[in-house]
Design a binder for this molecule. Sequence first.
Ligand SMILES: Cc1cc2nc3c(=O)[nH]c(=O)nc-3n(C[C@H](O)[C@H](O)[C@H](O)COP(=O)(O)OP(=O)(O)OC[C@H]3O[C@@H](n4cnc5c(N)ncnc54)[C@H](O)[C@@H]3O)c2cc1C
Length: 400
Amino acid sequence: MSGPTPHTRPSPDVVVIGAGIVGASTAWHLASRGLSVVVLEREPAPALGSTGRSAAGVRVQFTTRTNIEWSLYSLPQYREFPDRHGFEVGYRNIGYLLLVPPDRWESHLASVALQHSLGAPVEVLSPEEALRYVPLATCGLAGATYGPWDGIIDPHMATHAWVSMSRAAGVDYRFGRTVTALNPEGRGWRVRCGAEILTCPHVVNAAGAWSGEIARLAGLHVPVRPKRIQIFLSAPVADDRVYPLTIDLGTGVYLRSEGDRILFGLDTHADDGFTEGVDWAWLEEVLLTGVERYPWWEDLGIDRQGSWWGYYGVTPDNSPVIGPNPGACGWVDACGFSGHGIMHAPATGLAVSEMIADGRSHTLDAAAFRHERFDGVEDGLDGTGAGSDGTGTRVEANIF
Ligand SMILES: Cc1cc2nc3c(=O)[nH]c(=O)nc-3n(C[C@H](O)[C@H](O)[C@H](O)COP(=O)(O)OP(=O)(O)OC[C@H]3O[C@@H](n4cnc5c(N)ncnc54)[C@H](O)[C@@H]3O)c2cc1C
């Protein structure tokens, strides 16, 4: 394959469905391999799906080798984006602080050992040392860990950067186009959006929480379902410090600074599908759960206008599905990221481009994300949220 093609051919090599952060990264990586690409997006602009509603967190602190390796690839891509590509993506290493209860401490330290062995910078702290970062009650904590590479990016900026870069490499973005039908044609696909029909040898399903529906249009199965996630915003807080993305692993409550406020939340267990809007009753539950760790929440003002919601695309084990769909020729899924699609978008774009251009992902090991791990597994969340290698827990595997 030669370098990027500066024009769009009538029949592209690849149609990417979805112009969120995953679709845009994938389109650019594919174009960098000399493939012609059309991206179909039903919204009028990029990043208007889950990408525009995320908490923007990126971290290396994972419990599985694959997740750590994918973060170790992705975070430096974000950090070095302006130097490599000339676009700001808003990377700020404000850190992730994980607060660990005694019953999780031993297994957590085993994960830290794995992180260290792979080259991930993670610091082990006493509960008192955690106070450097966030005011909290240390009772019931065995310790904490802090990831100095971890932090946030700006998902809008990153998506728009990839859109600009891939357009310059010949990618054709078509906005306001809803994919309505997908049929096999020869060894490829016939893609319909409204009155328009495209044929292509490869389709990438990067439709986020809607990927299960896209697969169904093609008569395929991908076990991705929507899960509503809600983020609450506080009124301004009187502390000049920038709080890292702090997750209390005992309860799942998380927070971080957002300007002079904090954003915070807690994932529900509810399977409410494509339910829209903020459930204010859930705010009470979050505050009641979090106030023991953060006694200052007693006086926390809430910015109701600033709070928001969005969808995770979730799979039965809360890890993504990335790879060829076993039921089809020329179809690659890149979806089901739960809370990790922002942080793993660079690695995903690379892996998918290698799968299509070279027949397999060879820079990064994508075996843990294959469809085949679900063979014989009933659909639906299994309630444990265990990672695909069985070492994850609900909080580590699912939350951002
Ligand atoms: C509240 C919240 C907080 C989160 N926090 C984090 C975090 O801190 N860190 C992190 O890494 N991840 C986080 N996530 C998850 C992250 O946002 C997603 O994993 C990521 O945005 C997925 O990107 P995507 O491109 O796959 O999906 P999306 O951004 O949803 O893009 C999919 C696109 O497909 C389009 N589409 C759907 N159907 C069709 C169709 N029929 N035709 C054409 N187009 C279609 C949609 O319009 C959409 O634009 C969070 C998610 C939520 C909801």
